[in-house]
Design a protein around this ligand. Structure first.
Ligand SMILES: [Zn+2]
Ligand SMILES: [Zn+2]
Length: 136
């Protein structure tokens, strides 16, 4: 077996833990966090959810997917971002220019001011991601 084919096989079989399924990354506050305000924001939010991070794995794929969906909804959504076009609230259909965005999955959806809450965008994102995962 060549090195290239071995590396390819290893990268196909090695799973890199992501989301909550890894130790909470620690960044140097005077270096990384000082230079990257987005990272600092993420780190502050992640630290508040530190009890969700774990390194013991999951006993089933379904459980791992649920864990990842929770992570994305908790820590990867930017709520209340101004859009340059009109859309309809995903919950009530009212016109809105406000979106919730999960850049990591190129996802966004419109919500009115009454429905721009983690309860609604978290659920909408979970449904969308679940469909994406199911396609694979
Ligand atoms: Zn997990
Ligand atoms: Zn609404």
């Amino acid at each position: 077996m060549t090195i290239a084919s071995r590396l390819r096989r290893e990268s196909e079989t090695t799973i890199t833990p992501t989301g909550y399924c890894r130790a909470l990354p620690i960044y140097n506050p005077k270096v990384e966090l000082a230079r990257m305000p987005e990272l600092r924001k993420w780190h502050t939010a992640a630290y508040a959810k530190r009890d969700n991070f774990h390194t013991c794995g999951h006993s089933s794929a379904a459980e791992a997917i649920a864990c990842y969906l929770r992570y994305v909804a908790d820590l990867c959504v930017k709520p209340d971002v101004k859009s340059d076009r009109d859309g309809c609230c995903l919950v009530c259909g009212r016109k809105s220019r406000r979106i919730a965005v999960a850049e990591v999955h190129s996802w966004f959806a419109f919500f009115c001011k009454d429905h721009m809450s983690s309860e609604f965008y978290g659920l909408a994102l979970k449904v969308w991601l679940f469909r994406e995962f199911s396609k694979r």
